[in-house]
Each structure stands twice: as structure tokens, then as C-alpha cells.
Design a protein around this ligand. Structure first.
Ligand SMILES: [Zn+2]
Length: 411
């Protein structure tokens, strides 16, 4: 019995697939295999002729072309993991069959409210079915909505032989939320010439630009000694690092910026007297701007170092991902056809810069152009996450349109 998209979505969010930062293993958590293996089985059950999983957890599948003319091979990709920031265990989805408008109070925690004023996308969800968590966990629409959309599109392609299509590749990946999705992703083996991630937000929103991103760790080494005999000897790294944090520019923060504005974002703080550290994100749409953000932090470290000469301050910066725009504009078909496909689904497509990254950032950089498609969800990585089921259906339509357009336009 073919089940519908909502059934699939609810089945996927019931499986805890939270990924973990700083894990020694890959995928970062073995529980991601629970969903990856299920997807492999479902692909086979649907009748996808080639589907497999490798030791890293990547599920890859191929639907052979059913037309004679050559058409570029397209890939569709979604990630199974959920954010390390909020628990994804025992998700209890709340289905609002017909959203009437207004704030949504979540039943598991009455302090958690999806506010109309903070969610402009709720306006277009009036009269539609939406799904939330019960407020005690995230929902996992990021990115299980994307997974359900792809599985539904695959099911339709397989069951309806009248849809002409080229060769289609499907990829389900672990560890996107910890920035490691492409760590072992073999683009050659995947075999697509162009790919699309289903990992966006509001219905109709498309993404061809992401931040360029570096991560930074500042470590302060102090000197610990019993406070009773600490005079002139103790170097309290907690004080030093607080001083650094206090000087970080508040107008260059995620809380105070939007659109194309860059930011510096301290997000993890650990410490004791002997040693403290902060993890910081540098984000800018211009890759060259990252160096300026680094300079700001270095200057602060130098100022603070002068105040605490006995402390040792170390700064380590690592590259994370790069804005995918340049890579996508080398062959604009990949974005032009997506725009057209979204219009054909009856939507007003809009290119929105992602204030974050996607799988596509790294894939594009590595030679597989991969823009991102909406999934109808919002408020990711939080307990107020919700998804518009109509938006998910529109995403399936967009995917199927896109496949058609590639057939139409190929000679
Ligand atoms: Zn995601």
C-alpha cells in the first residue's frame, strides 16, 4: 500500500537521529543508521532498482532514465540528522488539520508558543495543515520534511511510468547539522551532474547563496592555585575569556543582523581557572570578509592579552564552507530550471540568501552544483519548529516539474 507523504514524515520524525559535535566516529551518532537503513528498505520496497548504503551511512539510489535522448543526471539530496542543539528523542508531533491563524501554544510546555508575530510564514498557512512538536523537543522537519518530499517524488516517478525523466540519483546523508555531510560523500560515485538539496524553509523560497563560513576557537590558558594563596600567582582564565567575550562587537551578531550582513557568533563557552575556551562562528557572504572578522577577534585578543600578560591566548581558525553562488552561476540551467519549476507549481519563487550553509555549499565547491529547495518548514533547531504540509506537497510538485523541464530543454 503506498502511504502518503504525511505518513512518511511522521514515521521519520519518530526516529531519533540527533547528530553530535566533536564525535570521533562517522556518522557522529550510530542512531542515524536507524533512519538511513529504513530509507534504504523503503527505496527497495517502492521498486527503485539500485539502492545501497555504505559504511559511512550514505544511502545512494539510482532511477534509470526512461527516455532515449541524453539528459544530464540529476541528484536529489536530504539529510537525516537533526540538530545537536535540541533533543529529537520521543518527538510527539501535533497535527493541526486546518490552522485557523493566531498563536500556537504547544501542549507539552505552555511556555513554548509559536507566535504569529514572529512567524510571517504562518499567514500563508491559514486553512492548511501544519505539524509542530509538542514543545518538549524539536520536530525534525529539518530535514525529515526534505526526506519525505524526496521519497514521495520517487514513489510518484516509479509508480507513474508516464512521467518522462532522465537518470535520477537519490542521496540521504548523515551529519549535516555538524557540518560533516560531505566528509566522505563521493561525488563521482553519486554520479549526478547537477543536484538539488531539499533542505530549505518557507514555501517558494529557493537558495543559491550561502554564507562563507569559518569557525574559530579561542583558548585561554591561566594558572590554577588554591584561592587562599593565590595573590600574584593565580591567572584566572575565566576572567580573561569573559573580557574577550564582552568586547566582541554586539552590532556584528546574529541577534542584530539580517540579509547580507556578516556576523561573529560566540556559541559555546567552557572553562575553569586553568583553561577556558569559546567557540565562535565567522559568517559573511563575501569570502574575503571572513579575514576582516578574524582581524576584529585578533585585535580584541591582543588588547586583552596586554591586561593579563601571564595568561596565554590562542586563536585557531578553520575553514567550514564557502558561498555557492559563484559555482552555481557557471551553468545557470541548474538555477533557471529550478525557478521555472517552482513557478509551474503555482508559487512565486524567491531567491533568498541563506544565513547559514547547506550540503550544497560544499558540494558545489567540490564540483557538483547544488542549489537548495524549500520544504515548507520554519524555526529549525528549536522547539517551535513547524512545517506546512501543503508546502511539502508543493515541493514534491516542484521536484517533478524540475525533472520534466530538464527533459524538455535537453536536445
Ligand atoms: Zn537541514
Amino acid at each position: 500500500m503506498p502511504d502518503n507523504m504525511l505518513d512518511k514524515f511522521l514515521r521519520y520524525v519518530a526516529i531519533d537521529t540527533q547528530s553530535k559535535e566533536d564525535s570521533e566516529s562517522y556518522p557522529s551518532t550510530t542512531k542515524q543508521f536507524d533512519l538511513l537503513n529504513l530509507l534504504l528498505k523503503e527505496l527497495k520496497d517502492i521498486g527503485v532498482p539500485q539502492a545501497n548504503i555504505d559504511e559511512h551511512g550514505y544511502v545512494m539510489a539510482t532511477i534509470p532514465s526512461n527516455v532515449s535522448k541524453p539528459i544530464p543526471t540529476l541528484g536529489f539530496i536530504a539529510h537525516v540528522d537533526t540538530s545537536p542543539e535540541v533533543s529529537g528523542a520521543n518527538v510527539k508531533p501535533q497535527i493541526i488539520k486546518e490552522y485557523k491563524g493566531g498563536d500556537i501554544v504547544l501542549p507539552g510546555d505552555s511556555d513554548i508558543i509559536i507566535r504569529e508575530s514572529e512567524n510571517p510564514a504562518l499567514k500563508s498557512a491559514v486553512g492548511k495543515m501544519i505539524v509542530t512538536s509538542d514543545g518538549t523537543t524539536l520536530l525534525g522537519a529539518d530535514d525529515k520534511a526534505g526526506v519525505a518530499i524526496i521519497m514521495t517524488a520517487v514513489q510518484q516517478l516509479i509508480s507513474n511510468k508516464n512521467i518522462p525523466h532522465g537518470e535520477i540519483k537519490i542521496g540521504f546523508t548523515p551529519d549535516e547539522e555538524v557540518g560533516a555531510v560531505t566528509k566522505f560523500f563521493d561525488i563521482k560515485k553519486f554520479g549526478a551532474q547537477f543536484a538539488y538539496t531539499l533542505d530549505g524553509d518557507t514555501t517558494g523560497e529557493l537558495n543559491k547563496e550561502t554564507f562563507s563560513a569559518d569557525s574559530c576557537v579561542i583558548t585561554v590558558h591561566g594558572r590554577d592555585i588554591h584561592p587562599g594563596s593565590a595573590k600574584h600567582i593565580m591567572v584566572n582564565s575565566v576572567r580573561v575569556i569573559s573580557d574577550i567575550i564582552a568586547r566582541l562587537p554586539k552590532q556584528v551578531a546574529p541577534e542584530t543582523t539580517e540579509g547580507y550582513e556578516p556576523y561573529i557568533h560566540p556559541y559555546v563557552l567552557e572553562g575553569g581557572i586553568g583553561k577556558s575556551s569559546i567557540k565562535i562562528l565567522f559568517r559573511d557572504f563575501k569570502t574575503s570578509g571572513l579575514a576582516d572578522l578574524k582581524k576584529i577577534v585578533e585585535k580584541i585578543a591582543t588588547e586583552v592579552q596586554a591586561l593579563y600578560p601571564k595568561a596565554k591566548i590562542e586563536i585557531e581558525v578553520k575553514e567550514q564552507y564557502r558561498n555557492m553562488r559563484e559555482g552555481l552561476e557557471k551553468d545557470t540551467r541548474v538555477i533557471d530550471y529550478l525557478f521555472e519549476a517552482t513557478k509551474r507549481a503555482g508559487l512565486n519563487p524567491e531567491w533568498t540568501p541563506i544565513r547559514g550553509g547547506t550540503d550544497g555549499s560544499r558540494l558545489t565547491e567540490n564540483g557538483l552544483p547544488t542549489p537548495n529547495i524549500f520544504t515548507g518548514g520554519a524555526n529549525y533547531h528549536s522547539r517551535t519548529e513547524w512545517v506546512n504540509v501543503w508546502g511539502m506537497e508543493k515541493a514534491v510538485e516542484t521536484v517533478l516539474n524540475l525533472i520534466q523541464i530538464w527533459v524538455e530543454k535537453s536536445k
